[in-house]
Ligand binder design. Structure first.
Ligand code: NAP
Ligand code: MG
Length: 499
């Protein structure tokens, strides 16, 4: 594997942000962690320390929750008209757009992802999310209800913001996960404590500056960097938090549910996946090859929707595998800040060990490494784009989420759609599935038969702010985006008046 790990120069804006001292954002002010502790942020391509951020813990979370409670109950935010909230959320999109390149660089440096993807995917997607959600602020209505009780009644519902929301996000799309969480919660009128992932805190902290600039009142958004086991756990169990919105692993999702029991706070979860991509023999093969390769290699495979189980019909199996191997061969591996790179490093040492461990386990269980399979010895957490063939349902690589650029290919020779759906559904997850075919009936029948929250036809890793997103089974609770996400951030109050 040839890797270019030299770090290209940063723009002056990104360099200026990195040279600053970073603090926690609580009640509209930048403050040090109470403990005075901090931790290092690493460039995963070079393993150099690029910054330090405060290690917030229980005490800082408590301050942030108090600020969010004050802002929710008695601050100016509580009396903002929907149109004022809408304008603020829209302004965040405009500000992000003005600083698009700087955010793309910070994201590439912190997470490792290719800067072009960061700009066109992460940052652009975040801008679109704020714009779309800005519209919901003025569209949250209750209803009048036709009741049948004797007498005359005026019955109606109110949609009210749910209150103080804790938001815990992962490292795979750091800014975009912050946008998915912040934009709808702000549109609904909630106040927020956001806990970014320890591996990738930079873009969220930089976004805190835009929140100030946009005129979001103090305490409405608070950002506390810190470890999951301390800051994250304190937020999940805090008795004055009304709701926790979490994205991350299924394992931690279960801990969040336990922690929420103390005050029965509302919980929504976006968890892992083991998404199938199913290629039927009549598929447009060029499209299917490029699409299923991107499904697993995009973002170094660190997508919760990654197409990590590829099922190819035996009549096209050889061509699909050869095509994906060729796509893998075309990828340029290196530092994410190099605009010609298409595959960056994994985010951390832990993920590097996890993914190489899975490749070893696949080999041990009899999978054939058709391409890739190697990891760099360092510096940098690089793993080659890898295709494992001759895999089967009993292998760990097929059952568990790898979260790396490793696809497990299986062939099928069944033309019965129920039988094909059975392979697809043979997982504890249910986040996404893609179906590759030119036959409308097959496409839409498969969409009905697969147990997953999102189905893609002739595409994969699809997303749009208007398109509800979430999981069946152990992939989560609830839906983000679309009008559905407003269920996460509002309560319905029913009013009945005897006339
Ligand atoms: P994770 O531990 O679930 O991290 C997600 C977020 O939860 C982070 O902000 C994390 O903080 C926080 N957290 C961790 N423990 C917590 C606790 N006890 N209470 C409250 N919050 C807590 O994920 P990870 O360890 O970074 O990655 C492990 C695996 O999770 C990956 O290999 C992948 O399979 C899966 N994953 C899935 C997604 C997804 O989008 N579905 C995203 C990321 C990872 P820290 O960062 O400080 O730990
Ligand atoms: Mg973790």
């Amino acid at each position: 594997m040839t890797i270019t790990t030299e770090r290209p120069a940063l723009s002056s804006a990104a360099a200026a942000y990195l040279s600053k001292e970073r603090k926690l954002f609580i009640d509209g002010k930048w403050v040090a962690a109470k403990s005075g502790k901090s931790f290092a942020v690493e460039d995963p391509a070079t393993q150099e320390t690029i910054a330090r951020v405060p290690a917030g813990d229980k005490d800082d979370i408590d301050l942030a929750v108090r600020a969010a409670r004050r802002a929710f109950e008695s601050g100016p935010w509580a009396s903002f008209k929907p149109a004022e909230r809408s304008r603020i959320v829209w302004r965040l999109a405009d500000l992000l757009e003005q600083h698009r390149d700087e955010f793309a660089e910070l994201e590439a440096l912190d997470n490792g992802k290719p800067v072009t993807n960061a700009r066109n995917g992460d940052v652009q997607g975040s801008i679109e999310m704020f714009r779309y959600m800005a519209g919901w602020a003025t569209r949250l209505n209750g209803e009048t209800i036709s009741v049948s009780s004797p007498g005359n009644w005026h019955a109606y519902t109110l949609r009210e913001p749910i209150g103080v929301v804790g938001q815990i996000i992962p490292w795979n799309f750091p800014l975009m996960m912050a946008a998915w969480k912040l934009a709808p919660a702000l549109a609904a009128g909630c106040t927020i404590v956001l806990k970014p992932a320890e591996q990738t805190p930079l873009s969220a902290l930089r976004f805190g500056e835009l929140i100030q600039e946009a005129g979001v009142p103090d305490g409405v958004v608070n950002i506390v960097t810190g470890y999951g086991e301390t800051a994250g756990a304190a937020l999940a169990e805090h008795p004055d938090v009304d709701k926790v919105a979490f994205t991350g692993s299924t394992e931690v999702g279960k801990l969040i549910v336990k922690a929420s029991a103390g005050n029965l706070k509302r919980v929504s979860l976006e968890l892992g996946g083991k998404s199938p991509a199913i290629v039927f023999p009549d598929a447009d093969l060029d499209l299917a090859i490029a699409g299923t390769a991107a499904a697993i290699f995009y973002n170094q495979g660190q997508c919760c929707t990654a197409g990590s189980r590829l099922f190819a019909h035996k009549r096209v199996y050889d061509r699909i595998v050869a095509g994906i191997v060729a796509e893998a061969g075309k990828m340029k591996v290196g530092h994410g800040l190099d605009p010609t790179v298409s595959l960056g490093p994994l985010v951390s040492k832990e993920q590097h060990e996890r993914v190489t461990g899975f490749i070893q386990s696949g080999r041990h269980d009899g999978a054939e490494v058709v391409t890739g399979g190697n990891a760099s010895a360092g510096p940098g957490y690089f793993v080659e784009p890898t295709v494992l063939a001759k895999t089967n349902r009993d292998m760990r690589v097929v059952r568990e989420e790898i979260f790396g650029p490793v696809v497990c290919v299986q062939s099928f020779d069944d033309d019965d759609l129920d039988a094909v759906a059975k392979f697809a559904n043979d997982t504890e997850y249910g986040l996404q599935a893609s179906v590759w075919t030119q036959n409308l009936r097959v496409a839409h029948m498969m969409a009905r038969k697969i147990k997953a929250g999102t189905i893609c036809i002739n595409t994969h890793n699809y997303g749009d702010p208007a398109w509800p997103f979430g999981g069946y089974k152990q992939s989560g609770w609830g839906r983000e985006m679309g009008k559905e996400v407003m269920e996460h951030y509002t309560e319905t109050k029913s009013v009945a008046a005897r006339l």
